[in-house]
Design a protein around this ligand. Structure first.
Ligand code: PLP
Length: 417
């Protein structure tokens, strides 16, 4: 974590002390490192430079417009899962021919928007969706470029809630049915088959599931070729893991080493949809210690960031390293680090060993750049946190902290009250 380091016992993001940002902008505060984002993006570009490829950043990991603009400037595309994400991607200058659109529940309005925008392809998740896209494209007198999302029935060996490529999951078309679904697609006049898609899960820490899934998908591609169904884009999804604790996930270069040899006989443009591995370790969440509390045997550190700001610990039992932004030689305690929300599930860490901290000190929740802010909510009527981007010795607020007024925006008290 090169750009998040202690210098003179103080945590810095690039060349700015975190304390400075926390004092100036307040907490809870998401801080992202520009240079980390660029490095992570370039690692993908470099790893796959030997073959035609498009890196489509998965917006659901982090969709702040400044981050999208940064990635767009680097040449990045987008993987979107809603009309709102498509809007955000286009709004930040991501070219429509680098945008792919997945999701099991695309609405008519969203499909129309994507057709009008001329995206690269729809990653279609069911035959009924295919039929619906054909109907809408027909009405609009256009053709819809599609890939079918194939469920290869591969276990990515990750948390069950972020695993997506097994038969029991709602995503994609089972691989045994794939050929039939492609044949159906050939009969739909307003559908243009351009690709195959798969995405087997998230926080994957081995290359093997990618290799196994790809082998299955390539058998399908060969079968399609035999039927004169030509595939141009092979979209292998995202899912590469990051280090939260002691994981040693493959780097993009390791992934490339594993899969590129399999692709040498095919004339395909590879599409990748990384989210977490680009942005996860490029962001941290800063929170202030509000109170210390002992209750029976337990120590609690009560902080001003709650599950509404970062929900991963609550819903996935996810581990985030938490460190005081000031390094000190001090005894450690074991404590639950909890938020202010009225739920027992509101915690950032359980039974965590941490040095003794004082009221008013700042803590950094590490690896919070992905599925952090995007999953945040206003639960307990808490304004959403501010976000800051740091580049070298410069910083910019890229999302203002919400105000109380923002909490009632759009709410209407009817006349009969
Ligand atoms: C969530 C998602 C991704 C990104 O996953 P990461 O684990 O963040 O890389 C990519 N593609 C699809 C279809 C997704 O749903």
């Amino acid at each position: 974590m090169h750009y998040f380091q202690y210098k003179n016992s103080e945590l810095y993001v690039e060349e700015i002390p975190v304390r400075h940002l926390a004092k100036k902008i307040g907490t809870p505060l998401y801080i992202y490192s520009y240079n980390t984002l660029v490095r992570h993006y370039k690692a993908y570009e470099k790893a796959f430079e030997a073959i035609p490829h498009i890196i489509c950043f998965a917006l659901k990991a982090n969709s702040n417009s400044a981050i999208l603009k940064l990635l767009s400037n680097q040449g990045c595309g987008a993987d979107v899962v809603s009309g709102g994400e498509l809007f955000k991607a286009l709004n930040c200058g991501i070219p429509s021919d680098k945008i792919v659109y997945a999701g099991v529940g695309k609405t008519e309005e969203e499909i129309k928007f994507a057709l009008k925008s001329k995206i690269l392809m729809f990653n279609v998740e069911s035959e009924n969706e295919l039929i619906e896209i054909d109907r809408i494209a027909g009405k609009m007198k256009t053709q819809a470029p599609i890939a079918l999302r194939i469920n290869p029935d591969i276990d990515p060996k990750t948390h069950p809630y972020i695993s997506t490529g097994l038969k029991k999951h709602k995503f994609g078309i089972p691989i045994e049915k794939a050929l039939d679904s492609y044949k159906l697609a050939t009969q739909l006049k307003n559908i243009k088959i351009v690709g195959v898609h798969k995405h087997i899960g998230s926080q994957i820490t081995e290359v093997a599931p990618y290799v196994d899934a790809l082998k299955r998908i390539l058998l399908l591609v060969d079968n399609l070729i035999k039927q004169d169904i030509l595939i141009r884009y092979l979209d292998i999804g995202g899912g590469l893991g990051i280090t939260y604790k002691e994981e040693t996930p493959p780097l993009p270069s390791n992934l490339a080493k594993g899969i590129l040899p399999l692709l040498s006989k095919h004339n395909l443009t590879l599409v990748l949809e990384p989210g977490r591995s680009i942005v996860g370790n490029a962001g941290i969440l800063i929170t202030k210690v509000l109170y210390l509390k002992e209750s029976g045997e337990k120590n609690f550190i009560i902080v001003d960031a709650g599950m509404n700001d970062l929900i991963r610990p609550s819903i996935y039992g996810a581990y985030h390293e938490i460190i005081p932004i000031k390094e000190k030689a001090e005894d450690t305690i074991v404590a639950d680090i909890v938020g202010p929300i009225c739920e027992s599930g509101d915690f950032l860490a359980k039974d965590r060993q941490i040095r003794k901290v004082k009221q008013g000190e700042y803590l950094a929740v590490m690896s919070a750049g992905a599925y952090g802010f995007t999953m945040s909510s206003n639960y307990n009527s808490r304004p959403k946190a501010a976000e800051v981007l740091v580049k070298d010795d410069k910083f910019a607020v890229i999302r203002k902290r919400e105000s109380y007024k923002d909490l009632i925006k759009g709410e209407i008290i009817p006349d009969f009250l």
